[in-house]
Design a protein around this ligand. Structure first.
Ligand code: ADE
Length: 227
């Protein structure tokens, strides 16, 4: 998979790329590239945003700046066509909420471009004409889309073959089909008793079938499914 992030803060992704499962995915041949909006702006002084028409606080990322940056990065291709060639997502608080289904969908894509907004976000024409989807990581507002882009990359990359070690298989994790889309069951480790708090007996019993069924029940309980 090739993941490209369009951002004003490409340095932030150096740290992110060094995290183990991301580094594993990169070592396995997946790519994470950043595109610095400020490097490609046609405006003087590195300007990338402007005050909103109609008034209001904050600054809005300009559509002409995004157009120029995407054209420069994708070798002159019109960004309007780009979203037909690769998945282009604009990160914005009001977008489609990221969930495991969307993550699974994205993990199947060969090429993804993530557009990060800043301050008051994007000129809406960026979302309308350059992005295929708007994606939100939650109904709250971050200072910019970078952390949201990392959340998307993190969730998607850990689904890629080779990203997780053997011991961290993503098969039976929260929201997986192995758990019928429910949250993961509670996990315990040594000591079996601490300050009087005991690990459920069944987990120490060695009865695999009982353990499986106990876990399935707890997982369904957490997901609000009764019976
Ligand atoms: N940019 C700012 N806040 C965001 C959010 N909650 N989700 C996605 N992008 C964002």
């Amino acid at each position: 998979m090739r993941l490209d992030v369009v951002t004003l803060f490409p340095d932030w992704f150096d740290w992110f790329s060094s995290q183990r499962h991301v580094a594993n995915a990169l070592a396995a041949g997946h790519e994470l590239r950043t595109l610095d909006l400020r490097e490609h702006t046609p405006l003087s002084g590195g300007q990338v945003d402007d005050t909103p028409f109609g008034g209001g606080a904050g600054m809005v990322l300009r559509v002409d700046v995004m157009d120029a940056a995407l054209r420069a990065f994708y070798e002159g291709a019109d960004p309007v066509d780009l979203r037909h060639q690769r998945r282009v997502l604009a990160l914005t608080p009001g977008g489609r909420l990221l969930d495991d289904r969307l993550v699974d969908e994205l993990a199947q894509e060969p090429d993804i471009t993530l557009l990060c907004g800043r301050y008051e976000g994007f000129d809406e024409r960026i979302v309308e004409h350059f992005a295929g989807d708007a994606v939100s990581i939650g109904r709250y507002v971050l200072a910019g889309g970078e952390l949201a882009a990392m959340v998307v990359c993190d969730a998607v990359m850990r689904k890629l073959p080779g990203a997780l070690g053997h011991r961290e298989s993503a098969l039976e994790e929260s929201f997986s089909s192995a758990l019928e889309g429910q949250p993961e069951y509670p996990q315990y480790t040594r000591p079996a008793e601490y300050r009087g708090w005991k690990v459920p007996d069944v987990l120490l019993s060695g009865h695999h079938e009982e353990i499986r069924s106990w876990r399935r029940e707890r997982s369904r309980e957490r997901g609000g499914i009764s019976g």
